[in-house]
Design a protein around this ligand. Structure first.
Ligand code: ADP
Ligand code: MG
Length: 255
């Protein structure tokens, strides 16, 4: 069964999608069979790997209503070990439509259970909220990865996320563990970044990744080419960092 990693932080713009895409690509080049499930209606993880919502027939929203079609919603990417299950803007409605469904938190769990046997890793890219779709992702996963930007308010909101994590563990998914926090868009020349990095390491002594993802222009350019940074410029600092993060993920058993 796949290790299923949910990439979540209800704050927007902290590097969730960038981390989900590039960690997935890094694991794939290490020959781990990897599936990225895009759980955000913005569909940036899908387009970031060259799968454009308007050009595919099935997506996470369509299989909500036709779960028997789940394998039809899995698409190939330019990397042989990497598949994507794309999203679409329709997924906005899921947060509301799922509300009065029985077992509303278990929809994604069933999808992951069905697909999980074929993969080493399934990554879930979450929207910037703690709504029903994110709850579904937390219920489906075995591990939580939290991207944090080393800015002043980085830890604000994390308490809320960790509370939700504990609640999900207690009520819905005892198999969920904290994999760790990863610091994104890091600039070592910036004093505040260095200070917040120390705070985050103090706050998560056992659960931070040593790999720092630097702010890197190649990382920000790659999605407009429909590529991960590993494809786009494997020699860049950004690619190097995500490959380092993947190595740490492979070594780390979450507790
Ligand atoms: P989220 O999914 O949490 O909303 P994104 O991954 O979309 O955040 O990142 C927000 C913005 O920051 C995007 O424009 C992205 O290209 C940029 N970005 C993310 N990580 C990096 C990085 N390491 N270097 C440069 N730009 C980055
Ligand atoms: Mg995103």
């Amino acid at each position: 069964m796949a290790r299923c990693i949910v990439v979540a932080n209800q704050k927007g713009g902290v590097g969730k999608t960038t981390t989900a895409v590039n960690l997935a690509a890094a694991l794939a080049v290490m020959e781990k069979k990897t599936l990225l499930i895009d759980c955000d209606p913005q569909a940036n993880a899908s387009s970031g790997l060259g799968i454009y919502p308007e050009s595919v027939a099935e997506n996470l929203y369509s299989i909500l209503y036709e779960p028997e079609k789940v394998w039809d919603a899995v698409y190939d990417t330019s990397l042989p070990y990497l598949n994507v299950l794309p999203s679409t803007s329709d997924l906005v409605a899921a947060d509301i439509e799922l509300v009065d469904k029985q077992g509303r938190e278990n929809f994604l769990r069933k999808v992951v259970a069905e697909l999980g046997e074929k993969y080493d890793f399934i990554l879930l890219d979450c929207p910037p909220s703690l709504g029903l779709v994110t709850l579904n992702a937390l219920c489906a996963a075995t591990e939580l990865l939290v991207p944090l930007q080393c800015e002043y308010y980085a830890l604000e909101g994390v308490a809320q996320l960790l509370k939700t994590f504990e609640l999900v563990r207690k009520r819905f998914n005892t198999g969920l563990h904290l994999l760790g926090v990863v610091m994104t868009m890091y600039d070592g020349r910036n004093k505040l970044n260095r200070h917040v990095k120390r705070e985050i390491r103090k706050c998560f002594p056992k659960h931070h990744f040593e790999t720092l993802i630097p702010r890197n222009v190649r990382v920000s350019e790659a999605p407009s080419h429909g590529q991960s940074v590993i494809d786009y410029d494997v020699k860049s600092k950004g690619a190097e960092a995500y490959l380092g993060l993947a190595k740490e993920v492979l070594c780390r058993v979450p507790v």
